[in-house]
Write a protein that binds this ligand. Structure first.
Ligand code: GLC
Length: 751
């Protein structure tokens, strides 16, 4: 009898699979194939035993979750990361040294956001989808879309902005570009994972209003606008429950209100409770083996393996909760390259490298220029290039987002390539990342590790290599022009990964002080040569008050990817006109940010988001606080004028029209930003919020008439007591400008 049942099952499956197969489309240009019907999903699932279903809902290796070989269902293959397909791990945790895994290393997420180019999100995602597909990955673990709440978060480089609207627009495009290639996006980390300190346990205490107005919107955008096929949970708790299996986040909001029909993937080892994971929306558990023996992981011990089976078999949890997970996983598999042919991928091709260059060109931000840039190489005989970051490679740093880049053009190489033999270039390191253990010989024992890190940061912020500094200053004094390349280092030489790293996963910075004595070095260079351009790398800002006033030019380059050095050189020498705009506010010190001055950061066991919705410019502008460079700010080598604002209200939309003119003598691009200011709100609301933007490219003297639509949602707020979105009648000012602090045109509309 058993055998006959088995034969019947196999026959039924073959009928089903053939129909799936016939449902398979050779995706034309990677378009998502027709969705698989619910009946087919259930038919396939009903062929499975409980063990086979459980096999699907947890890891089967470091970067795969289980399949069902008997039924021809493959494992699901995951890979980091948000700005490049990570190196091969095989089935273990450590990187395979001899794999064919060189890849395109795109500029990091915050550089992508700094382009404010809506099309760039899709283009960026498309590159990643092609490269992931070529490497036989089904799910790419990105984009990182957590809000930049504090400039100290070690992973800000991987994220996009302090503003949820800008984050959502760029991320939704990225998701579409990636998934049109048949690779699932997995936007992360849902939600309020805004620090690395104690990330596995910290409990974020935050209001529902702040969740809905600040920390949710980008996730809603990637689900409802981007159509994300998976979402990654976070390590932290929110209001007492782990986010990866959070009833409100997953069941009520994500899968309920937003209608998400994809898969919630845990972060690696973020599942902490079998019952909650079964009941509250975790669909695949990854990574727990990291907590045990990397080389002999016990997959049966995963929370969603044997412990889950026991709960179901003893009737504590109904099997239907597993069925719902399996249905979602099969739906995801059918959408992706796991079970549908999306055509061949491409990797390390010139067009991908060109896109890396374009993102860097448009994402690097010119913040100061006192009549110094662009350099005219015909007027320069000798350039001093100074700074360790001028020759440092960043691709394999930063933590899980690391990429084995096919190549990486450093700023020094980019400058050499551009000026060629016409100009003599002399390099000096100026400062060096180092870790002098002797500084801490007196600190022993595990309990002192935090104070050791504190001491280390303080020491390294102050300690400089005097010899390197003097050599660099001497060189600067003799050059026609100086280019200093410094900033954060995206990891720390000589330190174990995850400890003492700067601008990297698993650790936050302790302050924004320039490290390794760079501040003194910049001051001394400026004192001997007033034709000095400062270029800083990093996932956020640094303290500037001690060196910026005496500096004539400052470019923030983030981590600009494999072509970053080329783009930096092109901007410094005027072959490219910079058009990047800050996606986060640059204040002078971390204490000035609301997460530190009003709220808590990083907290201890709990972290209270007392600043609530007042994050970034929402705080600085509403409370009239001084900043060094505002949200949305960025300079150009040309100038622009805004004129002729016209507001038209129709069909519950407001159409914002205005004209932008290039009033300078060279081509350039401007970002027109539209903010909404409620004039008589019934509850406390930010003085302005970004609700629309367009980037426009203009030849000298040319004008463009822009048309930006705002729908009702642009005027709504989440009521703190009624706990729902409301559109309040009244007058609203529409503010059009090129930063949150530079409003050029205003007009009023009434609701
Ligand atoms: C890490 C990160 C996550 C990454 C995952 C797999 O802990 O938090 O962003 O995708 O593990 O490497």
């Amino acid at each position: 009898m058993q055998y006959r049942l088995f034969l019947l099952a196999v026959f039924a499956f073959n009928v089903l699979f053939i129909s799936c197969q016939s449902g398979r489309e050779q995706a034309n240009g990677g378009k998502t194939p027709a969705e698989v019907s619910e009946e087919k999903l259930d038919s396939l699932m009903n062929l499975m035993t409980l063990d086979e279903k459980l096999n699907l809902i947890h890891a089967s290796s470091s970067f795969t979750s289980g399949g069902v070989p008997r039924l021809g269902i493959p494992e699901l293959v995951f890979s980091d990361g948000p700005h490049g397909v990570r190196h091969e791990h095989g089935r273990g945790w450590y990187a395979l040294e001899d794999a064919d895994d060189k890849a395109t290393y795109l500029p990091v997420g915050i550089c992508l956001a700094s382009t404010w180019n809506k099309d760039m999100g899709y283009i960026y995602g498309e590159v990643l989808g092609n490269e992931a597909k070529e490497r036989n990955k089904n799910v790419l673990l990105g984009p990182g879309i957590n809000i930049i709440r504090s400039p100290l978060n070690g992973r800000n480089f991987e994220y996009l902005s302090e503003d949820p609207y800008l984050t959502g627009i760029m991320a939704a495009g990225y998701v579409k570009g990636l998934q049109d290639q048949g690779v699932a996006a997995c936007p992360k980390h849902y939600a309020a994972n805004n620090q690395e300190t104690d990330r596995h346990n910290i409990d974020v205490i935050v209001s529902k209003r702040a969740l809905h107005e600040i920390y949710f919107p980008a996730f809603r955008a990637v689900v409802q606008d981007g159509g994300a096929w998976s979402i990654m949970g976070a390590y932290n708790k929110i209001n007492g429950q782990y986010t990866t299996h959070h009833e409100y986040l997953n069941n009520v909001v994500l899968k309920g209100e937003w209608g998400f029909d994809g898969v919630v993937v845990s972060d690696w080892a973020s599942v902490k409770n079998t019952r909650e994971a079964l009941l509250y929306g975790t669909d695949i558990e990854m990574g727990t083996e990291l907590l045990r023996d990397f080389n002999n992981p016990e997959y049966d011990e995963f929370y969603l393996a044997r412990p889950a089976k026991e709960m179901i078999e003893n009737g504590e949890i109904d099997e239907s909760f597993v069925d719902e997970k399996v249905r979602r996983i099969l739906r995801l598999m059918h959408r992706t390259t796991a079970m549908t042919d999306h055509g061949p991928g491409k990797r390390n091709v010139p067009e991908h490298q060109q896109i890396a260059l374009e993102v860097a060109r448009e994402g690097i931000v010119l913040l100061k220029n006192d009549d110094l840039l662009p350099f005219d190489k015909s007027e320069i005989k000798t350039i001093a290039v100074i700074g360790h970051n001028a020759t440092r490679h960043f691709a394999e740093r930063g933590g899980s987002s690391q990429v084995r880049s096919l190549y990486e053009i450093t700023p020094l190489e980019g400058i050499q390539n551009l000026v060629g033999d016409d100009v003599e270039i002399i390099y000096a390191e100026g400062y060096e990342p180092y870790y002098d253990e002797s500084l801490f010989a007196d600190i022993t024992g595990d309990a002192a590790s935090q104070s050791r890190e504190n001491r280390r940061d303080v020491e390294l912020a102050r300690t400089a290599n005097k010899k390197l500094m003097q050599e660099a200053v001497d060189l600067a004094s003799k050059a026609d022009a100086v280019i200093f390349v410094g900033g954060w280092i995206h990891g720390h030489d000589g330190m174990p990964w995850g400890e003492g790293t700067y601008d990297a996963e698993a650790r936050d910075k302790l302050n924004l002080k320039l490290i390794f004595g760079q501040e003194e070095l910049i001051r001394q260079i400026n004192s001997v040569n007033d034709r000095t351009a400062i270029v800083l790398m990093g996932g956020s800002n640094v303290e500037m008050s001690n060196w910026l006033p005496d500096s004539r030019a400052y470019l923030h380059a983030w981590y600009p990817g494999m072509e970053g050095g080329q783009a930096i050189a092109e901007i410094l020498f005027g072959e490219v006109n910079p058009s990047g705009k800050l996606p986060m506010t640059f204040a002078n010190s971390h204490e000035e940010y609301p997460s530190h001055s009003v709220g808590e950061f990083p907290g201890y066991k709990t972290v209270k988001y007392t600043e609530d919705i007042y994050v970034g410019y929402r705080y600085f502008d509403t409370r009239n606080k001084e900043v060094v460079f505002p949200f949305g700010f960025g300079l150009s080598y040309t100038t622009f004028a805004f004129s002729d604002l016209k507001l038209t209200k129709k069909d519950n939309k407001v159409v914002v029209e205005c004209t932008v003119t290039n009033t300078g003598d060279r081509e350039g691009a401007e970002v027109v930003q539209v903010y909404v200011h409620p004039k008589q709100p019934s509850v406390d609301r930010p003085v302005r919020e970004l609700k629309g933007f367009e980037k426009v490219y203009l030849d000298p003297g040319a004008s463009a008439r822009l048309n930006i639509e705002l729908d009702e949602s642009a005027f709504k707020f989440y009521h703190p007591d009624e706990l729902k979105w409301l559109l309040e009648s009244g007058s609203y000012e529409i503010q059009v400008g090129n930063s949150s602090r530079d409003i050029k045109l205003t007009g009023n509309v009434d609701w």
